[in-house]
Design a protein around this ligand. Structure first.
Ligand SMILES: Cc1cc2nc3c(=O)[nH]c(=O)nc-3n(C[C@H](O)[C@H](O)[C@H](O)COP(=O)(O)O)c2cc1C
Length: 274
């Protein structure tokens, strides 16, 4: 008998909600049984998403990895209406100028805690993090990225990056790579896992969206990202584990300026299929 799921017969009303929400369809409700049962091999098929626990209106379902009391109730009073959501998402900005103030490690840790609730393929939760909270170390990573940009400028051929301009700015004391940001976060996952390739990007998007509620601003960093892939000294300096692939980099800090308007964007192109 599998202990993966337990159903409290004193609470279960046989409403079938757990059966309906289970993505792996491992829960069965048979006519003669007072409570649901799980299929054979349920341990193999279960993705441990917790939907059965989260959707049961009676708190009757317990999963081996989470009991109802481990899962806080959804609070309707904190729900956002569409205007709030649209305003919140439209007011997110890529922040590139920062106060000279460090970001506390506990704040970065809290953001990472929030980001782990982003969806992951098969609920595999493969995302790992490298967090740099020392401004000097961020600057060191910028310097190594400049070495990479200098190397592609020196090759003399056309470059897909404005490498020459960044190197020139760096040599005159202006950091257009990390923009004097005090912190940096890299999200990575095992390279060989095709399902995991979107997960670090989604998690980092959650982190970027959560950052302003802590007074922080963030900006994705394509230069660091490219250098991590193409310039081994950078992945070494960051301590990226062998066999992992970095999929997103954010610079972070307390914004030096406030944005007072919501900039416009192109109309979406949508092809409706009837
Ligand atoms: C994958 C990705 C890479 C980016 N790389 C950089 C970068 O290297 N440097 C930079 O200043 N901005 C970078 N950005 C930020 C974009 O320039 C920015 O999102 C865009 O200009 C729109 O501005 P907004 O984010 O404030 O709406 C990047 C954004 C994304 C999504």
């Amino acid at each position: 008998m599998s202990r993966l799921l337990e159903f409290d017969s004193t609470k279960c009303t046989r409403d079938g909600v757990c059966v309906a929400v289970c993505p792996s369809r491992i829960i069965r409700l048979e006519d003669e049984s007072p409570i649901p049962r799980v299929v054979a091999d349920a341990d193999f098929y279960c993705v441990k998403c917790g939907h059965c626990v989260a959707a049961c209106p009676h708190g009757a379902v317990s999963h081996a990895s989470m009991k109802p009391e481990d899962c806080p109730p959804v609070r309707p009073d904190l729900a956002l209406d569409p205007d709030h959501v649209e305003h919140f998402l439209r007011s997110r900005r890529s922040v590139r100028s920062f106060q000279q103030r460090r970001v506390e490690r506990k704040t970065l840790a809290k953001l990472i805690q929030i980001a782990r609730y982003a969806p992951t393929g098969h609920n595999a939760q493969p995302v790992r993090w490298i967090a740099v909270d020392s401004p000097a170390r961020v600057k060191e990573m910028a310097g190594i990225t400049i070495d990479f940009l200098r190397s592609i400028t020196d090759e003399g051929g056309p470059s897909e990056l404005p490498a020459g301009a960044l190197v020139k700015a760096w040599e005159s004391g202006v950091d257009l790579v990390t923009r004097d940001a005090p912190a940096l976060i890299v999200a990575h996952a095992p390279a060989g896992d095709p399902v995991a390739c979107a997960d670090p990007i989604l998690a980092l998007s959650y982190l970027e969206l959560a950052a302003p509620s802590f007074g922080l601003g963030a900006c994705w960093n394509g230069f660091l990202m490219t250098a991590i892939h193409r310039w081994p000294p950078l992945s070494r300096a960051l301590g990226l584990p062998e066999g992992d692939r970095a999929l997103g980099v954010l610079i972070l800090g307390y914004p030096a300026h406030k944005y007072l308007r919501l900039p416009t964007r192109r109309k979406p192109r949508i092809d409706w299929l009837e």
